[in-house]
Design a protein around this ligand. Structure first.
Ligand code: ES4
Ligand code: ZN
Length: 319
């Protein structure tokens, strides 16, 4: 039995497996520039975040209808459940869909068809986090927040993702203030490829409760001390870090040192269809490559519930 865990860093568009991509392409009459799933998989050799994002945005072309988003989410939830995930806080990227002429309502309603029955069907509770693309303008993010207003009963919070370097958190100050005023929880990707200063800025300027990735905090001992003191959760994604060459090999991942330092680390899958594994696969990978013992793995699973947006009674039920 896999350890019960919560998944806190998961882009639903990043769960699009090649087989489903071709199925949806056929259903929607979308032409993919790959002959078959084998050829597509060969494109999964990334040099950095941007080279991954190029393919990630390209493949989204197959997602067109509510049913597509429903099928995508159901496929993820089934896989996650099989790997011990009991609760998933799921990112989605509405701007990437709206730009292609797919409405906010199509995305949210479609995802909700799967999420609404996830507890009954998969035994996984869910929450939705709407991400802003940081390489788009703050104005575009504000318009996206506006477009989400009819759906806020289904969205627990906002996040910030896509190309990090050159797009510091401060760019989105106003958007995060507006999100906070609407009662939304706040998280942001920071310190994946960007400098430790972006982590500090996400905390101080955007008021985030969790840092997605946060890996580069290890370069700044004073920042590590602060993150420990303030119990700021980090949603690490070990297999993602290897595939996007943020760390050379998994055996070099700083996770054990980060746990030793007292950081509230969690292990997540990011874009599992692209990076070689789901939540349980990431747990297995750090167990074997980093030699983490049972105690550390249980700590990581416990941290995932502590760092989640679940209320405490829900949290106890999930464990
Ligand atoms: C992402 Cl790995 C990663 N980093 C930043 N933005 C993203 N969107 C989807 N995956
Ligand atoms: Zn991510």
């Amino acid at each position: 039995m896999p350890l019960p865990k919560a998944e806190l860093h998961l882009h639903i568009e990043g769960t699009l497996e090649p087989e489903l991509a071709f199925e949806l392409a056929a259903r929607n009459g979308v032409e993919l520039p790959y002959a078959d799933t084998d050829e597509l998989r060969k494109a999964y050799d990334f040099e950095d975040l941007q080279s991954f994002l190029n393919l990630y945005y390209e493949l989204m072309a197959v997602l067109r209808t509510e049913r597509d988003f429903e099928d995508l989410a159901n496929a993820y939830l089934a896989r996650a459940a099989a790997q011990g995930v009991r609760h998933a806080e799921i990112f989605f990227d509405p701007q990437a869909h709206i730009a292609r002429g797919v409405a906010m309502g199509t995305v949210v309603e479609g995802l909700w068809r799967a999420l609404g029955e996830s507890e009954a069907r998969h035994g996984v509770s869910t929450q939705l986090i709407m991400c802003f693309l940081r390489d788009e303008s703050a104005g575009s993010a504000l318009r996206t927040l506006e477009a989400a207003k009819p759906y806020l009963d289904r969205i627990v919070g906002v996040g910030l993702d896509s190309a990090e370097v050159g797009h510091p958190p401060v760019k989105f100050r106003e958007v995060y203030e507006a999100a906070a005023a609407l009662g939304l929880r706040r998280v942001a990707h920071a310190g994946e490829e960007g400098p430790p200063a972006y982590i500090t800025e996400a905390l101080d300027v955007l008021g985030v409760e969790r840092i997605d990735h946060g890996l580069r905090c290890v370069e700044d001992p004073a920042l590590v001390e602060r993150l420990v003191r303030e119990r700021v959760p980090l949603t690490l994604c070990p297999l993602s870090n290897v595939r996007l060459r943020t760390v050379d090999v998994l055996a070099d991942h700083p996770l054990p040192a980060m746990l030793d330092a007292g950081l509230l680390c969690t292990v997540n899958s990011d874009d599992p269809a692209y990076f070689g594994g789901y939540a349980g696969d990431n747990f297995d990978a750090v167990r074997s490559a980093l030699g983490l013992g049972e105690e550390r793995l249980r700590e990581l699973a416990r941290n995932s519930f502590l760092a989640s947006f679940l209320e405490h009674d829900e949290e106890r039920r999930a464990r």
